[in-house]
Write a protein that binds this ligand. Structure first.
Ligand SMILES: [Zn+2]
Length: 467
């Protein structure tokens, strides 16, 4: 019985851990690596295991850094079941099909520029691989303990991060020994809009815990919401537009929710609101169908609307023509579009038309990786390049910290402190600085804690080095 770290050890993306129990091998997540010059090469590299010999996958949530290499696993011979929560199962087709389509477009572009004697590029996987993957997905109910394989029982618990996100509770048995492993998945903030708080566990023999914001405290959420209202009011006085780059799943729905909640106070009837992302439109429909996972405030708001949310001035833009038509509007257009880090997608042409206008406002609401256009805007670059053009940044750029989908250091500590008896911890899913800061905090609480290393194996029978 052992656990081996493969991805998201010492970094944020590429979540993947290998659990061996009673002669079976199970993956916890199988995510894509994102960002960094070598991500593409690392994604295509062979797995350190034979995909055909993996018996099952248990998936924490539908973010691409957790599920994005599942179709590659299938392409390389995996045929077992993929277990995840029902809402996550509903979001997976949206995310994985989009990833395959983006990959196909990237390959087409690089093959057009290729020298005749160079080998043509091949996509990591295609839509067929995605469809075969989706056929393997089995839904698990929250809070229901299920035997998945001989020696392995699993219960998925709400992690409050995005819709359908789970922390995994795994009971592993070999002969007389049973160990309970808790994998946090990605943990949401407490009191975040729409979703419930992360589930608190009582016991564990080993905790595998994310550390994305292990060194940071988010700005107060209430202050963040007030600030968003003030930005919209200022943009109205300036007679400009508001652009909000947003991830299609999670962030787009939170922003829409806030706009619905504060529709009157923020005088949004004077605005035209655009959700300019087919993927975000699909994800919003799925959020709406899973109201059973909403918190009390969101249930209350939902009762007042027939769709999510029912704003009379909300336009859902599916086609590129609908998206381009927004460029005609000089003021009172509020545009939510992807990508969240401005490194692609429809937000680019909106930025191109609005960045040079001082009366316009850009609202950054999520993590911006180094090297992305979003990061350049946050860092106040005076000029940026979009579609090969140099664009002067005259619009006002606002960075709102309080809307993150990840809990901050206090949230992470609060989640851990709910365990009885300070179980041992391995930290995953964090840049080294964040993981190390959280390690020091947990150690001060008396936990046996270390940052997971790629390739490290833990013996869950002897628990060597864990107690
Ligand atoms: Zn996530």
């Amino acid at each position: 019985m052992e656990l081996e770290f493969y991805g998201a050890a010492g970094e944020v993306t590429g979540s993947c851990h290998v659990l061996r129990v009673a002669g079976r091998t199970v993956l916890l997540d199988c995510g894509l690596l994102q960002g960094g010059h070598d991500a593409a090469a690392r994604n295509t590299a062979p797995f350190p295991f034979d995909a055909r010999r993996i018996d099952a996958v248990v998936l924490s949530h539908a973010h691409i850094d957790h599920c994005g290499r599942l179709p590659l696993l299938v392409k390389r011979g995996f045929r077992g079941p993929i277990y995840t929560n029902a809402a996550c199962r509903d979001l997976l087709p949206v995310l994985l099909r989009d990833t395959a389509e983006l990959a196909a477009r990237d390959v087409e572009r690089s093959n057009r520029r290729r020298d005749p004697d160079e080998r043509p590029a091949v996509a990591l996987y295609d839509l067929q691989d995605v469809e075969r993957t989706l056929e393997l997905v089995h839904a698990l109910r929250y809070d229901e303990r299920r035997a998945l394989l001989p020696g392995l029982e699993v219960c998925v618990r709400d992690a409050g991060h995005i819709l359908g996100s789970s922390s995994l509770e795994l009971w592993c048995s070999e002969g007389p020994v049973t160990r309970k492993l808790v994998f946090s998945g990605d943990l949401g903030q407490y009191d975040s809009p729409i979703l419930q708080d992360p589930h608190h566990f009582d016991t564990a023999d080993l905790v595998l815990m994310e550390s994305t914001y292990g060194e940071r405290l988010h700005r107060d959420r209430a202050a963040t919401v007030v600030e968003l209202g003030e930005i919209i009011a200022q943009a109205a006085r300036d007679r400009g537009n508001v652009l909000i780059p947003a991830f299609a799943v999670g962030r787009s729905q939170e922003i829409l929710y806030l706009l619905g909640l504060h529709h009157d106070a923020w005088q949004l009837r004077n605005w035209q609101i655009f959700l300019d992302s087919p993927m975000a439109i699909e994800a919003s429909k799925i959020y709406w169908r899973h109201a059973e996972r909403f918190d009390a405030d969101a249930v209350h708001l939902r009762a007042q609307f027939a769709a999510m949310p029912e704003l009379s001035n909300l336009h859902l833009c599916r086609t590129p023509d609908e998206s381009r038509a927004i460029n005609e509007l000089r003021s009172h257009a509020l545009v939510i579009a992807g990508s969240g880090m401005c490194n692609g997608g429809r937000i680019l042409h909106h930025l191109m038309h609005n960045l040079e206008r001082p009366e316009c406002h850009v609202v950054i609401t999520g993590f911006q990786a180094p090297g992305t256009l979003g990061r350049a805007l946050v860092d106040r670059a005076p000029f940026v390049r979009i579609y090969g053009h140099s664009i002067r940044v005259a619009a006002k750029v606002h960075t709102l910290g309080g809307l993150s989908a990840h809990g901050d250091q206090d949230d992470l500590l609060k989640w851990y402190e709910a365990f009885e008896g300070r179980p041992p911890v391995r930290l995953v899913h964090g840049e080294p600085r964040s993981a190390d800061a959280l390690r020091a905090k947990l150690a001060a609480l008396g936990a046996q804690v270390a940052v997971a290393k790629a390739g490290e194996r833990l013996d869950l029978v002897t628990m060597e080095g864990l107690r």
